[in-house]
Design a protein around this ligand. Structure first.
Ligand SMILES: Cc1cc2nc3c(=O)[nH]c(=O)nc-3n(C[C@H](O)[C@H](O)[C@H](O)COP(=O)(O)OP(=O)(O)OC[C@H]3O[C@@H](n4cnc5c(N)ncnc54)[C@H](O)[C@@H]3O)c2cc1C
Length: 395
């Protein structure tokens, strides 16, 4: 029988996107979220055209665009000298080439837009309910909640992030692994900076063992920064904590003013340990599947974690509601999505090596061909992103 009721664990970007996409197909959806209120870290997120296209599909793009900033270009620049390694036009060029805009948006604005799309499509969101496990029979599945209640459905989706309880319930415990990188994140009002300090670009400032990303949000009223540093260990109990702006300023001391002026203006920031988990043996088991960071957590260096979760949600919405055999639909979902998500994970890891290269020779052999290629053959440089940004997840 085709699944008519779907229970989703986790109301992050993955779970809410899937809820919107599935509910729009006429399926009854309930999302169960541990937190008492919906929220995202007070920082920015980049949505590439493959993700913007999928926001349009759930009716959320107009709201996201209204709150976003559209960068003119993506740049890689050397942190100390400021020399430009790569300049790729985005803006109208991106929209024409890949059929949807490249956007930078505050996470709270993005989550609110996706939540509104889910609610408008009829999905129910239940807050303050922690999932402790899953159960399934040949004809149904359930989310098991703290306190003993079961939320019954025809199928269950685990969208509960890198520390997924649903994944543990399916495949046993595998501790998240510290990737050796920490990220400070924060925002600064544009008004706190001298005019022209931050270019209207998504800029990655690179240096040995660290990099810093700066870009505008909220139509240019806010500047977002993500500052990443390699570390041998993560000592905190939690994986995110309050950061000290003095630490991030010290880590990037001596870099160009376009980078350091933003950090100098930061009054607060968050510090995250970046964790991943080995790939699960499968993305589903019977009537229970995983999506988003619960099954393919990735370093943020391709700016694709949330966008790949949207692609998961779109694939589930295509395959699940019309499937007589939900377990087979989940296997088809994995076949459709896993190779691509794995490729993006690998690309993000490659960017860590590129951004953090140490030693003059290594840096020269990594950056010179990119700089030369982008100058001599700019169209070719853009075409290298076609597989990612030009992807249209089938409807
Ligand atoms: C520094 C940084 C920068 C990034 N930049 C980008 C970017 O520019 N572009 C991009 O696309 N991606 C980016 N990402 C990645 C992106 O943020 C994540 O991939 C995405 O948010 C994952 O969404 P998710 O819904 O799968 O997981 P989460 O956001 O972790 O959401 C999981 C939800 O499940 C809930 N939950 C967990 N356990 C339970 C439970 N037991 N019961 C009930 N609820 C539960 C949680 O409370 C949470 O609401 C970045 C990540 C980082 C760290």
């Amino acid at each position: 029988m085709k699944p008519r009721r779907i229970a989703i664990a986790g109301a992050g970007l993955a779970g809410l996107y899937a809820a919107a996409a599935l509910a729009r197909r006429g399926v009854e959806v309930v999302v169960v979220e541990r937190a008492a209120a919906l929220g995202e870290a007070g920082a920015g997120i980049q949505i590439s055209p493959n993700g913007a296209r999928l926001l349009a599909r759930i009716g959320a793009l107009t709201a996201v665009e209204a709150a976003a900033f559209q960068p003119e270009a993506a740049e890689i620049r050397l942190g100390v000298s400021g020399a430009t390694v790569l300049h790729l036009p985005l803006g109208a060029v991106a929209e024409a080439r890949w059929g949807a805009p490249y956007l930078q948006v505050h996470r709270a604005d993005l989550l609110a837009a996706v939540e509104a799309a889910a609610r408008n499509a009829g999905a129910a969101i239940r807050l303050g309910a922690a999932v402790t496990g899953v159960g399934q029979t040949p004809t149904g599945a359930a989310l098991l909640l703290e306190g003993g209640e079961a939320v019954e459905a025809d199928v269950v989706i685990g969208a509960d992030g890198v520390r997924s309880t649903v994944r543990t319930a399916l495949f046993g415990p595998v501790e998240p692994r510290f990737t050796g990188q920490v990220a400070w994140r924060g925002t600064v009002p544009r008004a706190a900076l001298r005019p022209g300090t931050v270019h209207p670009t998504a800029t990655v400032w690179v240096g040995p063992g660290r990099h810093l990303v700066t870009y505008y949000l909220r139509r240019g009223d806010l500047v977002n920064f993500v500052a990443v540093e390699e570390r041998s260990e993560w000592r905190a109990e939690d994986w995110s904590q309050k950061g000290d702006p003095a630490d991030v300023r010290a880590a990037f001391a001596g870099w160009r003013p376009g980078a350091t002026d933003v950090l100098a203006a930061a009054e607060t920031c968050l510090l995250w340990g970046l964790f991943d988990r080995p790939a699960p043996p499968a993305w589903s088991s019977g009537r229970v599947a995983l999506m988003g960071d619960a099954c393919h957590p990735m370093l943020p260096f391709m700016a694709q974690g949330a966008v790949q979760a949207f692609e998961d949600g779109a694939a589930l919405a295509r395959l699940l509601p019309q499937a007589d055999d939900p377990a087979a639909a989940f296997r088809a979902y994995e076949i459709a999505r896993r190779p691509r998500a794995t490729r993006v994970q690998a690309a993000a890891q490659a960017n860590a090596r590129l951004f953090h290269a140490t030693g003059l020779v290594d840096r020269f052999f990594r950056y010179a061909p990119i700089a030369l290629g982008a100058r001599l053959a700019p169209r070719f440089a853009l075409s290298r992103l076609d597989w990612l940004y030009g992807h249209v997840e089938a409807a």
